[in-house]
Design a protein around this ligand. Structure first.
Ligand SMILES: [Zn+2]
Length: 264
């Protein structure tokens, strides 16, 4: 297998948005030298991600339970443990906390918030057990995620993770980076300068690019269905903000993803 030119570290190509042309989308992605990590959000999509990764070289996956999982289900540790052993599983997630999409979770005493925290901790334990990093989803809850992760880190220094679709402040970014975590960025960085401070100041070896396809398409595809090829636009913006060439940013973000997730 040839070395990739770019890696989209977070997308959902198993989603119904790709039912009409999934294989074409994947083929044009891989033909362009772009690898990707398909992310499970519940048991069903984690299983589907395994099927995609088994079918194609250059495709990896993560298994986990999203904090706003539609089923609102419990975390079935036995089943996830079995899936997590698959050799192409490179992370546990996406998991984390989301106090934005679920209004009720904004209340610190709500059941839903406690449940999100419990399920997040179960996935941190699984990540430690199988020795794989976390793929963390966090909205409006960075201080709590930081608290939880750093308390685990006290006992298990090997715990590591990526903050997917990073949306926090530079101060919060620094706390994740101090713990050895990485941050990844998406389409919105192409049409907003909210993320420039973090992108510019963080260590270059901790930054990765993603699309979160089918969501959050970058400029100039805004409003359309996103796909992994568009990760190029995210990398272009990273290059511009850091004042390096596109080639340099492509090489660095690709190397970061290979090292962080152990892709080979
Ligand atoms: Zn996602």
């Amino acid at each position: 297998m040839q070395e990739p030119k770019l890696i989209d570290i977070h997308c959902h190509l198993d989603f119904p948005d790709f039912n009409q042309d999934r294989d074409e989308v994947i083929k044009r992605t891989l033909d362009a030298g772009v690898w990707f990590i398909n992310i499970g959000v519940d048991l069903e999509t984690s299983q589907k991600s395994i099927e995609l990764a088994e079918k194609y070289d250059g495709v990896w996956l993560a298994v986990g339970l999203h904090p706003t999982d539609r089923a609102g289900g419990e975390f079935d540790l036995e089943k996830y443990r079995e899936l997590a052993r698959h050799p192409k599983v490179v992370a546990i997630g996406e998991c984390g906390l989301d106090y934005y999409r679920n209004q009720e979770a904004r209340n610190p005493k709500s059941k839903i918030r406690n449940k999100q925290i419990k399920i997040f901790k179960q996935q941190i334990e699984l990540a430690l057990e199988v020795g794989k990093p976390l793929m963390i989803h966090c909205r409006d809850a960075h201080d709590e995620v930081l608290d939880i992760v750093s308390s685990f880190k006290l006992h298990a220094s090997r715990l590591c993770g990526d903050i997917h679709f990073f949306s926090g402040t530079w101060e919060q970014a620094q706390k994740y980076l101090e713990m050895g975590f990485s941050l990844s960025f998406d389409g919105p960085i192409t049409f907003s300068d909210n993320y420039d401070e973090t992108i510019k100041n963080m260590p270059f070896d901790k930054i990765m690019a993603e699309t979160d396809s089918p969501f959050a398409a970058p400029a100039p595809y805004r409003g359309k269905r996103n796909e992994p090829l568009y990760v190029k636009e995210v990398v272009k913006k990273i290059a511009a903000v850091r004042g390096v060439s596109f080639e340099e940013a492509a090489e660095q973000t690709t190397k970061n993803a290979i090292n962080f997730f152990g892709l080979e």
